[in-house]
Design a protein around this ligand. Structure first.
Ligand code: F6R
Length: 363
């Protein structure tokens, strides 16, 4: 049932304020602490984290690396499951291995989990299907509470994975004493504000549709972001290519001048994800290098960011102002909607893109 939407993907994008609310309600206590299902995790017994997944779930892991390192001061390694499993990496003592999978049945992710059995101190998973193989074979499975996801391109599962991973990083920080009570409360209130901010962001649908119509003419699209916006740029590019079949790549903004800038000319739209945070000025200077070469910039920022840097851009999308740590969860929405409307403008099969399966149970 598409609940009045044209596609399951549109329905699932629109559901995000609700499902994120559910995910928060399942992990946040009334007094603003994070409660994990039994037997929980004691992060003082953990020295490092290995995060493994495929596709969009892998980008959720890449985002989580920034959170765990910055907030909980734990060294983190992230890998795609198909590489991890055959590389046979050494797993040091006191490593927590964490697997992220919407379906819980992805063959490579399951194989990577089995490789860690008997080696890692604890095996955790973040899943949407609690009775899945990956959930059953973990010491502790954390459900994301996204509800069934039908569209092949993952949307609400991604933002729910991010939300659960951020809460887990906050739990780690509180166990390890790396965050003051005040900073913890600040992060928790930022999380609690997300459903309302997402609703506001979804009201920008028309602006995204207009921009997407112009994007649908492109042959190649680049996505740029720094810090927490870098994994999200990767996710935006994946979403666009898988449903609109437009070639899209993402780069960390700082990498632009190390090669990819050679691609820029007047035909290439460049989507820049840049909330007005401490890295904003750096990203803007990369954006200006793109414009100097006639690249068409789509700037996704907030009111303060657009006021500062909107001049000369090809299109812009205004997001509500948001706490830096939760920005990738909010900025996932324009990434998804741009891809969605571009695909609709091109007339592709949005819910069932060619050559793709919802659950990849063979390698
Ligand atoms: C992209 C997408 C895929 C999945 C990947 C992993 O939109 O949906 O990249 O994220 O196949 O699937 P799960 O999360 O089920 O392990």
């Amino acid at each position: 049932d598409k609940a009045g939407h044209k596609h399951f993907m549109a329905k699932e994008i629109a559901e995000q304020p609700t499902v994120i609310g559910n995910a928060l309600a399942n992990y946040l206590t009334a007094d603003g602490h994070i409660a994990l299902p039994d037997p929980g995790v004691d992060f003082t017994a953990i020295d490092r984290l290995t995060l493994v997944a495929c596709g969009t779930a892998y980008y959720a892991c890449l985002t989580a690396k920034y959170w765990f390192e910055q907030i909980a001061r734990i060294p983190v390694e992230v890998d795609v499951a198909s590489e991890f499993r055959y590389r046979e990496p050494p797993i040091p003592d006191r490593t927590l291995a964490l697997f992220v999978s919407q379906s819980g049945e992805t063959a490579d992710t399951l194989a990577a989990l089995r490789y860690c059995e008997g080696k890692a101190a604890r095996i955790l998973s973040v899943v949407n299907v609690p009775e899945s193989s990956i959930a059953r074979e973990s010491d502790l499975a954390l459900p994301i509470h996204a509800g069934i996801e039908v569209g092949v391109a993952s949307t609400k599962a991604f933002t729910c994975q991010l939300t659960v991973l951020l809460m887990l990083a906050l739990k780690a920080a509180s166990d390890r004493g790396t965050l003051s009570e005040e900073a913890l409360a600040d992060h928790v209130s930022a999380l609690r504000s997300l459903p309302a901010l997402m609703t506001t962001a979804l009201e920008q649908n028309k602006a995204m549709q207009n921009t997407a119509r112009r994007l649908s003419e492109a042959r190649d699209v680049l996505f740029l972001g720094r810090g927490l916006m870098y994994p999200l740029a990767l996710e935006g590019a994946l979403k666009l290519k898988e449903i609109s079949y437009i070639h899209a790549e993402a780069y960390a903004s700082g990498e632009l001048k190390h090669g990819p800038i050679a691609l820029i000319d007047k035909h290439v739209p460049v989507v820049v994800m840049a909330p007005r945070d401490t890295l904003f000025d750096k990203t803007v200077s990369n954006m200006q290098e793109v414009m100097a070469r006639k690249g068409k910039v789509v700037l996704i920022s907030d009111a303060a960011g657009l006021e500062e840097a909107n001049e000369g851009v090809w299109a812009s999308i205004c997001m509500p102002t948001v706490h830096n740590a939760v920005a990738p969860i909010l900025y996932a929405l324009p990434a998804q909607l741009l891809a969605y409307h571009t695909a609709v403008a091109k007339g592709t099969d949005v819910d069932q893109p060619r050559n793709l399966a919802k659950s990849v149970t063979v390698e």
